[in-house]
Structure formats: structure tokens, C-alpha cells
Design a protein around this ligand. Structure first.
Ligand SMILES: Nc1ncnc2c1ncn2[C@@H]1O[C@H](COP(=O)(O)OP(=O)(O)OP(=O)(O)O)[C@@H](O)[C@H]1O
Length: 224
């Protein structure tokens, strides 16, 4: 599980959306298993990368089951008939995020935290080895932020999927992520949290007259 962090406007969402081919790249090359992203068809890509963005869900009128079943779209025929395998994948995705009891609820009836779990389940149902998520914990309270990120960590470790997400929750990311990418103007650091702390990579993230990073606790302190 890896997080992309950095100050507002540094380009976290742009990078994530570009990696998922949701928007065209500005420059450079992106390869997936040595194949340039632009050479892959959208359908092929949809079996390898699932993307969860911050845009509100188009139809909250769908039930939880229906929304999660959209994750099977790359595998179903053109009318979207679900096979037994599709149904099994949806069922297991709902079980992983603990939403089985809510499967017939309409999405507009859910809390923000439950809705976020539905989006994770949709990505799981898509059954890709890479999941990209843009700010999966925005609008959640501290407890639910930690709950969602622990769930993602658990999924990444148990299923061996790569989960890459953007976040402003740097301190939680330091505690839960295997790797962190710190986006900065001109240079970016990528590595294990402890390695980044050792290399003092968090220390210049914010203006030091306002916020300093305490490497002994892995936390930020507001300068009074
Ligand atoms: N590599 C780049 N080159 C030029 N412009 C860029 C690049 N990356 C991002 N931008 C532009 O910078 C602006 C902010 O980018 P983006 O929304 O990705 O930042 P962010 O880090 O996700 O911000 P926030 O934390 O506020 O959500 C956008 O207008 C985007 O088009």
C-alpha cells in the first residue's frame, strides 16, 4: 500500500488520474508491465487497474449491490448480464468491506464512510491487481479515516494487490503505508516511511516557521 502526499496543488490527483489513464499525460512515459499505457485498450486496462475518484457517485439511486456490480463491467457482455463468477466476486467484495447486511440499501441512504466502502468494494469486484484511489478518506472523521486506511492496508497485504492513493493524512500514512511518494516541486522522494523519516524528507514539506516535523514521533507540530 502506497500513498502519494504533498501540499495542495502539487499535482497528486493529476498524477493519480494520469496513471489510471483518466486524463492524458502532460509529459513522460507510463508503462504497465513494460507496455506503454497508451498501447493498452480501455477494456484491457480496466482488467488491470481500477480507479476510484473523488467525484460524487453518478447514481446514488442504485442499491449497494448494483453499484458494486458495475465493477464487473469489463467482464460482462454488452447488456451487462452477470455470470455466477461475477456474482461470486461481488459477494466476496461486499464481505471484505463488511457491507453484506446493507447490500439492498440505496446508496443515498448510506453515510460517507459506508459509501467509501462501497467504492472500495466496486474496485475489489473489478478484480484488478492495481487499485488507484483519490483521497479515499476525505469527508471522514478521524476514526473512519483510520478504519478505511486500515481496511485498505489489510486488503493490500492479504490479496497482494497494489493500492496507491492520494491523501493529506500524512501521519496516518506514515503509520500504515508500506511506501510513500512525497511530491515536491523539482524533486520527489519515494520509499518506506522510516527511510523517508531518516532522510529528513518530511521536514521541508511545509514552511518551517509554521509547522515542524518531529522525526522521533513521526508527527507534525504546530509552531506557536
Ligand atoms: N506535472 C504537471 N505539470 C503542469 N501542471 C500540473 C502538473 N501536475 C498538476 N498540474 C496542475 O496543477 C493543478 C493542481 O493539481 P492537482 O489538483 O493534481 O493537485 P493536488 O496535489 O491533487 O491538489 P489538492 O491537494 O489541493 O487536491 C492542476 O491545475 C493541474 O492541472
Amino acid at each position: 500500500m502506497a500513498a502519494i502526499i504533498g501540499v495542495n496543488g502539487i499535482g497528486k490527483s493529476t498524477l493519480l488520474r494520469t496513471l489510471g489513464k483518466v486524463q492524458p499525460k502532460i509529459s513522460g512515459t507510463i508503462q504497465l508491465n513494460n507496455i506503454p499505457l497508451e498501447k493498452l485498450t480501455d477494456l484491457n486496462l480496466a482488467t488491470q487497474i481500477s480507479v476510484v475518484l473523488t467525484e460524487p457517485i453518478a447514481s446514488k439511486n442504485l442499491t449497494v449491490w448494483e453499484l458494486v456490480s458495475l465493477g464487473r463491467q469489463p467482464y460482462t457482455n454488452w447488456i451487462g448480464t452477470l455470470s455466477d463468477v461475477d456474482k461470486e466476486k461481488i459477494k466476496s467484495a461486499l464481505e471484505i468491506v463488511d457491507l453484506t447486511p446493507l447490500k439492498y440499501k440505496k446508496c443515498y441512504e448510506l453515510s460517507d464512510g459506508q459509501l467509501q466502502k462501497v467504492m472500495i468494494a466496486r474496485a475489489l469486484a473489478q478484480d484488478t491487481f492495481i487499485i488507484l484511489m483519490d483521497e479515499p478518506t476525505s469527508h471522514l472523521d478521524l476514526y473512519h479515516k483510520v478504519q478505511i486506511l486500515k481496511l485498505l492496508q489489510d486488503i493490500a497485504h492479504k490479496t497482494k494487490k497494489t493500492i496507491l492513493f492520494t491523501t493529506h493524512e500524512i501521519e496516518i500514512a506514515i503509520q500504515l503505508c508500506d511506501k510513500i511518494l512525497i511530491l515536491e516541486q523539482g524533486k520527489s522522494a519515494f520509499g518506506e516511511p522510516c527511510e523517508l523519516i531518516r532522510n529528513r524528507n518530511f521536514e521541508n514539506l511545509f514552511p518551517s516557521d509554521t509547522i515542524t516535523f518531529d522525526s522521533s514521533t513521526g508527527a507534525f507540530r504546530v509552531n506557536r
